[in-house]
Design a protein around this ligand. Structure first.
Ligand code: F3S
Length: 747
């Protein structure tokens, strides 16, 4: 057993008493999110009814999870915190650094060689500070957390934006930057703005080709990529019971795509069944004893509009399969309209690769339903038109799928079985392609489809769908194929329809654990080595404190146009290898962002040379001359991942301010934690005033206070100047981080 039963026992034994205290103060019906949040307050004695969307609140999460690409920076910061041991159960998962190329065996062997120094560092730091370590190949962080650690009513943070996956087991699980994880691991309070609540009322039942994934694909279309910002999405209603625990996890996982703080489902039999199947009968007994408080109060179900900030209705019986994309996960299209959209927009119709798996969609149920389609293709002698790639979510899933014949079935359909790791989902895909300049389409069961995310190629049109739909489209090799109505040709020339997918929710003969992937911590005697010459790891030097002055005459480094996600700010793929080395990874800063003045990426005007050059090179030159700079951006800046490198890189390269139309939640917090100034236009039209050769000043920092606007003065090249107000969301504590140079400095 790798989970901490003692912690879970003490959690549940205290839960009832905590709930009574919450009820005695709030005196009103409570949503599930409120029950979990209010029972995890850092300062229970001063409990009050916090204003959603306004009040900052300090919490005490139960556990922390970190993936290898973000854990490096998190642990480098934790090492500077002066603690002997992580204050809460914490784990590290080696899933991001394995490149998908030839298949699991060879790829893991290669990863172990190329990342040896990083894996050793993560293992040793984990071991030294009491943190559990999951080896490369053991599985993807969120799948491993679901299989081992998530529990109903709990609260966790994870240094990955898809941490909300654990909401499938009724947990408030929130994606954060490494500095936030360090707060929790040092036993400090962890701060979050009290989220608003979006209630999603599910009625009806999933059926036929429709899968849990389609719930969130549809919702992404309704809410868009920022519609869930600073909100928890809470599902309720009779339809929840028709979705397995792993299906619920898929839905919660992709809540990240609408910017939600997290998503969660009420505790039910499907969760209990999953907990039992994964060896946690004890947790079921403990949860059953408090089950009424692991769900919304009955009064909420009667009049949800009185308790949620917004209520959305979805009838599962009417829900169609969806295909979302390209380039953004909220471009949602029901499959009945998708072929028309493909033709209308001229998307490359040929489906070139199908990819199944990732943390989002590699449960036993996902694989078994996709496998039922693969089986039918074999039985009916239908040729599979496109290559198939399968990334199992964990060694347990892989070993069980292998025992039950699914892996063989996929292979008989031409699949390459990659490592139990992120692979193509994070750009770790050494894809064979005849011509990278040719537009091409892929369909994945992953969660994100930003440009270049899967294979680094801007000409790849990536679409997101359920594993069932990915499998059907892979067989057809045609984006316009709709398995609900279209037919495929067998080897004998007969036209046949594929049957609706079927599959087991859980393995009839139980899970097989597969190869051992967990290393428990050894304790204080473990030695940690970081070679000063290393290109992969670099100990951190604290950022300098604010000098007490306004920020004057900063050159505009880049005014970005359109979407600027953390992938645009700090690209993944080949850059993942520098995630433990701030100086080296800073060379990728904003290289994917589009310069609003020339429409190009990684090409900005340098006022010292009067030439165009890469963003990071330009910032570096300014830094070497002691010049600070500023970045201007549009909506939802920093959307996507929790990687704090996207905040640390500009900080390291002397960018002092990010001025945007709006920010994504995790990224805005990351900027604040690293001592950056993250401000938004009061009037978004002021974005248009910024010219390429401008110098910008931010005035009013000596009076920097919560709720008080700052002023930006823009000095144009022709000698004229204009000014406008900008706003911010810093509270007193966060202003302290800015003054100290970072949250770590302010401890
Ligand atoms: Fe990994 Fe992709 Fe999930 S990068 S953690 S599989 S979103």
């Amino acid at each position: 057993m790798v989970y901490d039963l003692d912690m879970i026992k003490s959690f549940y034994s205290a839960y009832k008493g905590k709930m009574e205290h919450v009820r005695s103060v709030l005196k009103r019906p409570l949503t599930l999110a409120e029950k979990i949040l209010y029972t995890h307050l850092y300062d229970e004695a001063n409990l009050k009814d916090y204003k959603r969307g306004e009040d900052y609140v300090n919490f005490r999460p139960d556990r922390v999870a970190m993936q290898d690409a973000t854990a490096q920076m998190a642990l480098l910061q934790f090492m500077n915190a002066g603690k002997e041991q992580a204050a809460v159960p914490s784990t590290v998962h080696c899933d991001h650094l394995i490149q998908a190329y030839k298949g699991a065996g060879e790829d893991i062997a290669t990863a172990k060689k190329t990342n040896e120094e990083v894996y050793d560092f993560l293992r040793d730091v984990s071991s030294r500070f009491g943190i559990g370590f999951w080896k490369p190949g053991a599985g993807i962080i969120h799948q491993v957390v679901l299989e081992n650690y998530a529990f109903p009513g709990g609260m966790m943070v994870g240094t990955d934006s898809h941490t909300p996956n654990a909401g499938g087991l009724g947990m408030v699980a929130i994606g954060v930057g490494g500095a936030d994880a360090v707060d929790v691991m040092t036993g400090m309070e962890w701060e979050l703005k009290m989220p608003k609540l979006i209630g999603v009322h599910l009625t009806g039942q999933l059926n036929g080709w429709t899968a849990p994934k389609d719930v969130i694909l549809k919702l992404a279309g309704l809410l868009t990529v920022k519609g869930g910002t600073n909100a928890i999405i809470e599902y309720f209603g009779p339809g929840t019971a028709s979705i397995s625990a792993t299906g619920k996890a898929t839905i919660c996982n992709m809540g990240a795509e609408v910017g939600a703080t997290t998503s969660l489902f009420p505790y039910d039999d499907r969760m209990a069944t999953y907990l039992r199947a994964t060896g946690r009968e004890e947790v079921v007994k403990l949860a059953d004893a408090v089950e009424a408080d692991l769900r919304q109060d009955e009064e909420i179900l009667e009049a949800p509009e009185n308790y949620y900030d917004r209520v959305i209705e979805i009838d599962l019986s009417e829900l169609e399969p969806y295909i979302n994309g390209p380039f953004t996960p909220d471009a949602a299209t029901p499959i009945s309209e998708f072929a028309e959209k493909v033709l209308l927009n001229g998307y490359p119709r040929k489906m070139e690769v199908g990819l199944i798996g990732s943390c989002t969609n590699s449960s036993y149920q996902d694989l078994s339903r996709a496998a039922s389609i693969a089986r039918e293709a074999l039985e009916k002698d239908i040729a599979v038109a496109a290559p198939l790639i399968v990334n199992p979510g964990s060694e347990q899933i892989r070993a069980t799928a292998e025992r039950d014949g699914m892996i063989t079935l996929f292979q008989q359909n031409g699949a390459t079985i990659m490592a139990n790791a992120c692979g193509p989902c994070i750009g770790q895909w050494k894809r064979h392609t005849d011509d990278p300049n040719r537009k091409n389409s892929i369909v994945t069961s992953f969660n994100r489809n930003f440009a270049k995310r899967a294979d680094g190629n801007p000409n790849t049109y990536a679409f997101v769908a359920s594993p069932e739909i990915v499998m059907a489209l892979t067989i057809a090799g045609d984006l316009c194929f709709n398995p609900l109505k279209d037919r495929l040709m067998t080897h004998d020339g007969e036209k046949v329809k594929l049957s609706e997918p079927v599959g087991d929710e859980l393995p009839v003969y139980g899970f097989v654990s597969g190869a051992e992937g967990y290393i428990p911590p050894a304790g204080a005697n473990v030695e940690i080595n970081v070679d000063p010459q290393s290109k992969r790891l670099q100990l951190l030097t604290p950022f300098p404190a604010w000098n007490g002055e306004d920020l004057l005459n900063m050159p505009l480094l880049i005014k970005t146009q359109g979407k600027c996600t953390t992938d645009h700010i700090s690209m993944a793929g080949p850059w993942l290898r520098f995630r433990g080395h701030l100086e080296n990874i800073s060379d990728n800063m904003l290289m994917g962002a589009v310069n609003a003045f020339n429409g190009e990426t990684n090409s900005v005007w340098n006022r010292l040379t009067n030439m165009y050059g890469p963003v990071s090179g330009t910032a570096k030159m300014y830094k070497s001359e002691g010049i600070s700079s500023i970045v201007v951006a549009e909506e939802n800046y920093g959307e996507g991942s929790s990687r704090e490198h996207a905040a640390m890189e500009p900080r390291f390269l002397n960018v002092k301010v990010i001025l945007a139309k709006s920010f994504a939640r995790i990224h805005e917090t990351n900027l604040k934690k690293q001592g950056m100034l993250a401000v938004t236009f009061k009037d978004k039209a002021d974005y248009d005033r910024i010219q390429e050769h401008d110098l910008l000043s931010v005035i009013g920092l000596r009076e920097f206070a919560p709720g008080r606007d700052l002023e930006v003065v823009v000095h144009h090249e022709d000698g004229t100047k204009e000014s406008f107000a900008v706003q911010h969301t810093y509270n007193e504590q966060q202003i302290g981080w800015f003054r100290a140079g970072s949250a770590l400095n302010a401890r």
